[in-house]
Design a protein around this ligand. Sequence first.
Ligand SMILES: [Zn+2]
Ligand SMILES: [Zn+2]
Length: 150
Amino acid sequence: MSTSTNRDKVIQTLQMLHKELSAQELYMELRNQKKGIGLATVYRILKSLKLEGLIQERLTPVGESFYSLITPSHSHHLNCLGCGKVIPLDICPLNKTISQISKSENFKIFYHTIELFGLCILCQSDSHSCGNLHQPRMSRPEYQNEEHHH
Ligand SMILES: [Zn+2]
Ligand SMILES: [Zn+2]
């Protein structure tokens, strides 16, 4: 009965806060707004919004999902393996390629993700430990990984 309004509440909250939220955070936020929706309903709404191409999901290395509205401008992140710092990138290296793939494969692409992993400028320097002494670093200058989810 109130599925569409609950759906609107979720979209509005993501719009209003203008950032990535986990299902749990979304649930807490809606509860703070006195717009209580059960956590199971939040998950169900997130799933259907995902299939409609309205939101995207980002899975963090610790296995937590974050959801945000899909906007024409989006960002990618540099993840430092040394100190765990996340640096947003304001360019998308793939925008053009993706519209070409969409045409050639006849696949409707809603969004894409690329996570870049390596070491930040502080962690590249041996004089800085980044406060991460318990995790010895190998002599591995750079580690890069690209991942795409469709
Ligand atoms: Zn670092
Ligand atoms: Zn991109």
